[in-house]
Design a protein around this ligand. Structure first.
Ligand SMILES: *Cc1c(COP(=O)(O)O)cnc(C)c1O
Length: 358
């Protein structure tokens, strides 16, 4: 490891680890967290691992007023032989920097950031759960904390990494979900912030999610913001369709978040010899394929669920039931393969995993 000047202050009263059977998502945190500051004079400085705890911010800290904040989400897994694996962490750190760039936050040195993350995992290694389906969720995030109400980019920032043991996403086995195709609200438009993992994209999507939930749907499918015609994402996941043997996913058009799961699924499918098209796909086209019986499978992809099959799509007055609301054969194979690689139960032919040494 390079000398990054990292300072480590260990917790003097480690917490009780949660019951692995009772784990939910993002409510329990480990004993330590990573913190690093940025000022204009010093750049990024004072990287440190300290006991997990509250932080104090001035009410005029810019993040509260103008939303300059970005985040990432990835997982560490414990293998059957007690190794700790990270899945393509460099992709998340690179994306963190792309998100930072979009909302005028200074770049973070990538190599160093991965080293800090690995070091934090070494310190809290015992927190990576081992029960079937569990993992340690990793949340890096950056926020503006200059004390200033002017609407200009902050000159001061904090980068933090916190860790949370999480339960299996599919406690009762994989259940395909009902999706409402949203034709009123927009998640993102080209030229906007849709390609950045920034908090504002999420708060702007809740209203549609609430509307879908009231109607009895688990999630929304987002259409493009201009014509309300082309499919973009599903909830906070990327989306794939199997149509007449071909796998289609919306092309990264400037309003879609580039998922690490999405890119890994595409690489797997191409390696297996499936035709994969990254292109524009409209709801009309999808519905026409459905009516001809050619829409074979549909699923969302993201770090949390890995693969989330879509059982039903509601679009205007149409109810499209996909694959009898059962998980498709290809969706299942993708889920099993990707989670198998991530958990070290299958070979890792693409060298995606990064092991965290003791
Ligand atoms: C994080 C996210 C995804 C999925 O990205 P992964 O890297 O696969 O977890 C997809 N869409 C949106 C809007 C997201 O925020």
């Amino acid at each position: 490891m390079i000398d990054t000047g990292l300072r480590i202050e260990r917790s003097s009263n480690p917490k009780q680890k949660p019951d692995p059977e009772q784990l939910s998502f993002g409510k329990v945190f480990t004993d330590h967290m990573f913190v690093m500051d940025y000022t204009e004079e010093k750049g990024w400085h004072d990287p440190r691992i300290v006991p997990y705890g509250s932080i104090t911010l001035d009410p005029a800290a810019m993040v509260f007023h103008y939303g300059q904040t970005v985040f990432e989400g990835l997982k560490a897994y414990r293998t059957n032989d007690d190794r700790i694996l990270l899945f393509r962490p460099e992709k998340n750190i690179q994306r963190l920097n792309r998100s930072c760039h979009r909302i005028s936050i200074p770049q973070i040195p990538e190599e160093a950031a991965i080293d800090y993350l690995v070091k934090l995992l070494q310190v809290d290694r015992d927190w990576v759960p081992s029960a079937e389906g569990t993992s340690l969720y990793i949340r890096p995030f950056v926020f503006a904390n200059e004390i200033n109400l002017s609407a200009v980019p902050s000159t001061e920032y904090t980068f933090m990494i916190i860790l949370s043991p999480v339960g299996s996403y599919y406690k009762e086995g994989i259940q395909p979900v009902n999706i409402y195709v949203e034709d009123e609200f927009t998640r993102a438009v080209r030229g906007g912030t849709g390609t950045a993992k920034t908090g504002g994209n999420y708060s702007a999507s809740y209203i549609a999610q609430e509307k879908a939930a009231e109607k009895g749907y688990a999630q929304v499918m987002w259409l493009d913001g201009i014509e309300k015609k082309y499919i973009e994402e599903v909830g906070s996941m990327n989306v794939f369709f199997k149509i007449d043997g071909e796998i289609v996913t919306p092309i990264l058009n400037g309003s879609i978040l580039e998922g690490v799961t999405r890119m890994s699924i595409i690489e797997l499918l191409r390696d297996w010899g499936y035709p994969v098209a990254e292109r524009k796909i409209s709801m009309e086209e999808l519905f026409a394929a459905y009516e001809k019986g050619k829409l074979e499978e549909a699923f969302g992809t993201g770090t949390a669920a890995v693969v989330s099959p879509i059982g039903q799509l509601n679009w205007k007055e149409h109810q499209m039931v996909i694959n009898d609301k059962r998980i498709g054969e290809l969706s299942k194979k993708l889920y099993d393969t990707l989670t198998g690689i991530q958990r070290g139960q299958l070979p890792d032919p693409f060298n995606w995993n990064r092991e965290v040494n003791e």
